[in-house]
Design a protein around this ligand. Structure first.
Ligand SMILES: [Zn+2]
Length: 292
């Protein structure tokens, strides 16, 4: 499932291709993904220029020349590929993928949206999503839509130890659950929360309000470090694979605890075993020995 670093990498891959270009045509292969496409989706995009592509939490945010914003969310299995199109969209080659977001070939039957951008050859931006948990929205100027209640961006100065501590003081829920709350910090998902808690040596079951000021300092630092390392890894993969056929292995990042149930704890000197538990319906991976 794409989390903040993966979305950042997708943004970094799409921005140089899409920014400054106009939507020549928009093809929808169905009426909805997770939600129905907005009214007049095609006409509100065609002929408009994509001015800037940024990321907020796990959203791709495209500012359009019309003043509207195109919001794109990858859900569980969404991915974009970039292909060199031809002026005849019926004969677009499928062979020059630049930005697949995980390994494995995409099945064209899950290509739900195809943007043809201006250019020669015109780049095709294809949105493929087998599980259809992703969605696209168009926001009018000043409207925030689903980004309304998002907490601070973890990599910005708006997020720090004291700010995290402040958000946690009234919470009785486990720290793992609190960190997944997008109002506490935006863009974190199950994988990076498990990793950051492990690196901070904090048990995922600790009551949020009992996590000390010093621990919040460590935790905010580890969250930033974990995300930055993943973005760096994703970015270098993207560069290595740019223009080459084949897959980009985001999900082959080396995680320390996530997915490593029953493995020995990677901390030197720790005799613990990585354990899997269920919390709020999600798997938690942790070391019961060094996370206290
Ligand atoms: Zn351990």
């Amino acid at each position: 499932m794409p989390e903040l670093p993966e979305v950042e990498t997708v943004k970094n891959g799409l921005a140089p291709i899409m920014e400054g270009r106009t939507f020549k045509s928009v093809l929808l292969n169905r009426k909805d993904i997770r939600f129905p496409f907005p009214n007049d989706f095609i006409t509100r995009l065609e002929g408009k220029t994509l001015i800037r592509l940024t990321r907020r939490a796990k959203f791709l945010v495209a500012e359009l020349s019309s003043g509207e914003t195109l919001l794109m969310h990858l859900g569980m299995s969404g991915r974009f590929t970039i292909e060199a199109g031809t002026d005849d969209p019926g004969h677009a080659p499928r062979s020059t993928s630049l930005v697949p977001i995980d390994s494995g070939n995409t099945n064209p039957k899950h290509d739900h949206v195809i943007f043809t951008m201006s250019g020669d050859p015109p780049p095709l931006i294809i949105y493929n999503d087998p599980r259809r948990f992703g969605f696209m929205e168009l926001l009018e100027k000043g409207e925030l839509g689903r980004m309304k209640d998002l907490g601070p961006e973890p990599l910005s100065n708006q997020f720090s130890g004291p700010i995290l501590r402040d958000a946690l003081t009234k919470k009785k829920s486990p720290i793992k659950t609190a960190l997944l709350d997008q109002r506490v910090v935006a863009g974190l998902g199950n994988i990076y929360v498990c990793e950051a808690l492990y690196d901070s040596k904090i048990s995922p079951f600790r009551k949020s309000c009992d996590v000390s000021q010093d621990e919040c300092e460590t935790l905010s630092h580890e969250i930033k470090r974990t995300l930055e390392a993943a973005i760096k890894a994703g970015g270098s993969t993207l560069k290595d694979f740019a223009g080459v056929d084949g897959a980009l292995g985001y999900f082959q990042h080396r995680f320390k605890v996530y997915g490593h149930e029953e493995h020995a704890c990677p901390t030197t000197g720790c005799k613990g075993t990585i354990t899997r538990a269920k919390q709020s319906g999600r798997s938690t991976f942790y070391c019961p020995h060094c996370q206290i």
